[in-house]
Design a protein around this ligand. Structure first.
Ligand code: SAM
Length: 395
């Protein structure tokens, strides 16, 4: 009989073909800690739900949440957080079941595949893969979470799943080749190791995005050897990022002295043109054109400032601010080697001129150069139509 998450997904038409038995067999509740915070909506309302507590957020709420399409946050601030009130940054969770199902569908599993999962979290996804007949190795960067997942998997009868503690960006050297690499944390730079460890023809499925936009797009790369992988963006999803790939440079002021040399220009677009809802493609697509740049919007009573911070990619940092308000002309000020505002504006115009295409008309190619440098090359419509910038990282 179909129950719990399987029923929820089936009712929503979101149960991927071939996955019913796995979702029926693996109980999400078996992978949840006694306390978690339910991410109830985009405003970040996150009540603590405690199985051992009485009252509104006690046992019944816990049982209900386990079978709902909710992100359940199981760790804040890399484990530094204590207490009942939510922490600052969610750093581990049981992902929302519909997102788990969509990603598993993209993985194109037939049974028997060797799968490397990056981002073990609770162990729930690893159990689903094992229940579907895959040989699963999973890596979690946080030792305490990895240990908990190991226990969850063993208790639920999935002793065959190998749980490793370590940086999943390195993959599992010596463990491959894998038929699939399944990444359940947001990626900004696809590591070369994943291409090396996937057999030719195999898939890497990951939430990929840039520092410019919060949400990512599911990206399905087909691997053609250790030096080349390519594939489309399919659908949007918001994921916690790989630990080493979080945006960490937002800045909303110019350092002393920078204003003296700031360049002034007048924007020819409005702030509303380049900001959208959570899954609006505009910021994602701008990010494909504007590498290594973190935006920060600051709302004032009568104006909005959009700060752009460009990381030092060899010739120094760049900062820009575009100010928009009632009763005065918008103005952009910028300093540093990059023309960040110009880059954003050009990206917007290119996208608008093309008819504002959806993000799934874009895709990504990852190339590993002979010296180990890895290039992330976004494209439009086809891999041979690369967008101008290439995002680089060394492995
Ligand atoms: C959204 S959770 C994954 C949910 C998980 N698949 C599940 O079924 O519960 C993301 C996980 O990725 C882990 N993570 C972040 N960076 C990592 C890295 N570099 N290597 C391995 N795991 C990482 C986090 O600690 C977190 O547990």
């Amino acid at each position: 009989m179909t129950t719990g998450i399987a029923r929820l997904l089936a009712d929503a038409g979101a149960l991927p073909p071939g996955w019913q038995s796995a979702f029926d067999t693996v109980r999400r509740a078996d992978f949840l800690p006694a306390r978690f915070w339910a991410w109830c909506n985009e405003s970040g309302y996150t009540p603590l739900i405690d199985r051992n507590a009485t009252g509104e957020w006690g046992r019944q709420a816990w049982d209900r949440a386990a079978d709902e399409d909710l992100v359940l946050v199981t760790q804040w601030d890399d484990g530094d957080h204590t207490g009942d009130v939510r922490g600052d940054n969610p750093t581990s969770s049981a992902s929302a079941p519909a997102a788990v199902a969509r990603m598993l569908d993209a993985l194109d599993i037939h049974g028997g595949e060797a799968v490397l999962e990056v981002g073990t979290g609770t162990g729930y996804t690893a159990a689903l893969l094992a229940a579907r007949g895959c040989r699963v190795t999973t890596i979690e960067v946080d030792a305490e979470l990895a240990e908990r997942a190991r226990k969850n998997l063993a208790r639920a009868g999935y002793r065959g799943v190998v749980v490793l503690t370590g940086d999943g960006a390195l993959g599992h050297p010596g463990g491959g080749p894998y038929d699939r690499i399944h990444v359940t944390a947001g990626v900004r730079h696809t590591p070369g190791a994943w291409l090396e460890q996937t057999r030719p023809g195999g898939l890497i499925v990951m939430p990929w995005g840039t520092y410019y936009a919060g949400p990512d797009w599911t990206t399905v790369l087909t691997v053609h050897g250790a030096h080349y992988a390519s594939g489309p963006f399919t659908d949007p999803l918001a994921f916690m990022k790989l630990r080493a790939q979080r945006a960490r440079w937002p800045r909303t002021s110019f350092p002393p002295g920078w204003m003296d040399t700031a360049r002034v220009s007048e924007p020819d677009i409005d702030i509303a043109d380049i900001t959208g809802g959570l899954y609006d493609p505009v910021e994602f697509v701008i990010g494909l054109h504007v590498p290594q740049c973190v935006p920060q919007r600051v709302d004032h009573p009568e104006s909005v400032n959009l700060w752009l911070y460009g990381a030092d990619t060899g010739d120094g940092e760049s900062i820009a601010v575009a100010a928009f308000g009632d009763g005065y002309n918008p103005q952009a000020l910028q300093a540093g080697p990059r023309d960040l505002w110009g880059e954003v504006q050009t990206a917007y115009h290119r996208w608008a001129d093309a008819g504002k295409p959806a993000a799934d008309r874009f895709g990504l190619t990852v190339v590993v150069d002979a010296d180990g440098t890895v290039e992330q090359r976004p494209w439009y419509e086809a891999p041979d139509r690369e967008l101008p910038p290439r995002l680089r990282n060394t492995r």
